[in-house]
Design a binder for this molecule. Structure first.
Ligand code: ZN
Length: 254
């Protein structure tokens, strides 16, 4: 019993020293678009920026609870440019950068609808699922891709499939699929991914012009489940990074 208490005290001491030596990792969350230019219009007539802001407002506290420091590029109501988002992450020396978006489809697959007096758009065929984008022009491409892989694996565990419509050979799409089963696309020129120094991923949470997928992402329980999976992926990323650095987890098992 005495040995257990001693080792616990030792771990607590080492943990405190390590916490001092290594500040908590910082993730910069980036809710896509701006109030004046709000991105896609959903089947409910709601602008994408509203979905992005809501998702980030729920993801941020979950990450903080898991031990991450969290900064957000843009508060609801504020505007910021694309390059400035990446530059902000660099100034803050972000460990990771995650841009949050909600998806639509090309105009040829959309029809105008009206939802409680608001003009919206609906897909003419089922277009559901999440998708992940990484840029080879990001200086930490392999780490970006690793984070996207972990995110894809976790999100797949929800029984949710990736959206594959961005790979279709039509103008506006034609994105190279790096991993079809996990929904990871290459999008080299994407400003928020290529201008920063931190590993960066853009997540399209769901397709808000698809009736079923919009209902999925609008459900608070589904959002909580997705957020738990995203936090898990971030934690896995950190565990792997620590292994890469050769640092020992001296307190495992206590
Ligand atoms: Zn968007």
């Amino acid at each position: 019993m005495r040995t257990v208490r001693s080792s616990f005290a030792l771990c607590a001491l080492i943990g405190a020293l390590m916490a001092g030596a290594h500040a908590a990792p910082l993730v910069v969350l980036d809710p896509g678009h701006n109030p004046a230019n709000g991105g896609a219009t959903s089947i409910r007539g709601t602008k994408e920026v509203t979905y992005n802001d809501r998702f980030v407002s729920e993801l941020a506290p979950a990450l903080r609870h898991a031990g991450w420091r969290v900064e957000i590029t843009r508060q609801p109501g504020d505007a910021i440019g694309l390059v400035e988002r990446a530059e902000l992450a660099d100034r803050l020396q972000a460990t990771l950068f995650l841009s949050i978006h909600h998806d639509s489809a090309q105009p040829r697959y959309l029809v105008a609808v009206e939802a409680e007096g608001l003009p919206g758009y609906r897909t003419v065929k089922p277009t559901e699922g999440y998708s992940l984008f990484v840029s080879r022009e990001n200086p930490q491409y392999s780490k970006s891709y690793r984070l996207a892989t972990l995110l894809g694996r976790e999100l797949r565990q929800l029984g949710r499939l990736p959206a594959l419509h961005h790979a279709e050979d039509i103008p506006g799409e034609n994105r190279p699929l790096l991993d079809r089963s996990l929904g990871i696309y290459e999008y080299d020129r994407l400003a928020v991914l290529r201008h920063g120094k931190a590993p960066a991923v853009l997540l399209e949470v769901g397709v808000i012009t698809d009736r079923r997928d919009e209902a999925y992402v609008d459900d608070p329980g589904n959002r909580a489940r997705m957020i738990r999976k995203i936090v898990r992926a971030f934690q896995r990323y950190l565990e792997e990074s620590r292994d890469d650095d050769g640092r020992l987890d001296v307190c495992s098992g206590t």
